[in-house]
Design a protein around this ligand. Structure first.
Ligand code: DLL
Length: 433
């Protein structure tokens, strides 16, 4: 179902006109209301008068996560804190949390874009949504919740965790749509099987999965285990939360709600735009958000973009490819760029290996080492040593071929690596650099 056809299927010319109008207003607004922006624009030598068309956006400065931290907690708001409606915060690994805020209109906008996402994934009247994203300061839980309310679909505010209850209510209430991280979807399937429940027989038909990178192979696995269509949802708190981009059942990229969030792809080293279809860092300008608009915000996420109309659903909204990883979780091991997702793809193609893995990086005698710990399934684990050795070497060869890097593969017992109910943590970097 195309829920807001007028916006989701508008011609690219019309979309540009709308983006242009919104950008010009936005630039004036932040200049007037947020001292940080006036200073930043002045440093770059631009003012609202320079922004006459959407193409002028490249004249504007970028913003980054540290700008939010430096102005902690409310310095980037366009209004006093008592005029906002809701505040979220993400706990970063270092320093202060990143604070984001919503006015009443922003909550409406969030509800609408999330409504579009859920509809795009194929939700229909009669569906029941089991929302297993975390409720709280994380934007996943409430974002999906608002979208369900906007569409008028019943939602179970489960939050993440409590897997036994998730499985029980899924069965008893006949929930048809699950929303959670892909790693939690996988974990729930394992738990079901442990309890003698066949996840394929569950009433679920759609998964709206995101908040972390996941490979095509991981999708295949989740779809097979649950017998569902698993679709990718992307977003980040700074821009709005979930509901920035969503896959349709055509699974050929995520449609960006570009009438509200203007996307650019840049070369992360130079900041220059890259060609359509080329990988680079995703940058967003929030065209309509009130409390905390962001100009040319560097997400750190790596993807490419296409402006071709989607053959599967007919939407004209630009599409980004499945996210590749982040500029900052790209590992550099002995000078070679490594994305955890590359290793995940290899593992999922090998019979016996599980998509549960952890990367441990160390530095021994000034040389980086990369250990890949991989879980194997029960059958393999209780097999003869020779078979285990063969599998270990097979995995090692495959990973080395993909990365062009020497790695050490260790096979570990089923269920020995820690599981996450939210975002999975795949990398342990013991180098002190
Ligand atoms: O993760 C919002 C969200 C909630 C998205 C639920 C989808 C579903 P943050 O906690 O601010 O917000 O984390 C944002 O997570 O910059 C990406 O690096 C990563 N991320 C989010 N969705 C995807 C995805 C939420 N589908 C950061 N694929 C982003 C890959 C994703 N990475």
């Amino acid at each position: 179902m195309i829920w807001q056809e007028e916006f989701e299927c508008m011609s690219l010319d019309k979309l540009r006109d709308l983006q242009q109008k919104r950008l010009i207003e936005l630039v004036k607004r932040v200049w007037d209301k947020v001292p940080f922006y006036k200073k930043l624009f002045n440093e770059k030598g631009v003012s609202p008068a320079d922004i006459k068309s959407i193409d002028d956006i490249v004249k504007l400065p970028f913003t980054v996560k540290t700008d939010l931290r430096d102005n902690y907690p409310f310095g980037l708001f366009t209004c006093p804190v008592n005029e906002v409606n809701e505040i979220h915060a993400s706990s970063g690994t270092t320093g202060k949390p990143t604070v984001v805020a919503y006015t009443k209109n922003d909550i409406k906008l969030w509800s609408v874009v999330m409504g579009r996402s859920i509809a795009m994934a194929g939700a229909q009247r009669g569906d029941i949504i089991q929302n297993a994203y975390g409720y709280g300061l994380f934007t996943g839980g409430l974002g999906v919740h608002y979208g369900a309310l906007e569409l008028g679909l019943p939602v179970l505010p489960m939050s993440s965790g409590n897997t036994q209850k998730q499985l029980q209510l899924m069965h008893d209430f006949n929930t048809t749509i699950i929303t959670c991280t892909p790693s939690y979807a996988l974990f729930m399937a394992e738990e079901a099987m442990d309890r003698g429940i066949d996840p394929r027989k569950s009433p679920l038909r759609i998964g709206i999965l995101g908040a972390e990178p996941w490979s095509q192979q991981m999708r295949d696995k989740i779809e097979e285990l649950w017998n569902i269509t698993a679709l990718d949802i992307y977003g980040l708190s700074e821009i709005i939360g979930p509901g920035v981009a969503q896959e349709c059942p055509g699974k050929d990229g995520l449609h960006v709600f570009a009438d509200h969030f203007y996307p650019e792809i840049i070369d992360p080293r130079t900041g220059d735009p890259v060609e359509e279809g080329e990988d680079g860092e995703l940058v967003f300008t929030t065209l309509t958000k009130e409390a905390l608009p962001l100009i040319r915000y560097r997400t750190g996420d790596i993807t490419s973009i296409t402006y071709d109309k989607c053959n599967a659903c007919g939407r004209t909204l630009p599409r980004i490819s499945k996210l590749k990883g982040r500029t900052d979780d790209m590992l550099i091991v002995r000078g070679i760029n490594v994305f955890p997702s590359q290793i995940e793809s290899v593992l999922l193609d090998i019979k016996g290996a599980q998509p549960h893995y952890q990367l441990v990086i160390d530095r021994k005698h000034s040389l980086d080492t990369l250990e890949v710990q991989v879980e194997v399934n029960e059958d393999i684990f209780s097999d003869e040593i020779k078979k285990l050795e063969d599998l270990q070497q097979h995995i090692q060869r495959e990973i080395e071929a993909v990365l062009s890097l020497k790695v050490d593969v260790s096979l570990v017992e089923p269920r020995s690596l820690s599981r996450s109910m939210g975002k999975a943590k795949r990398v342990i970097d013991n180098r002190n650099i």
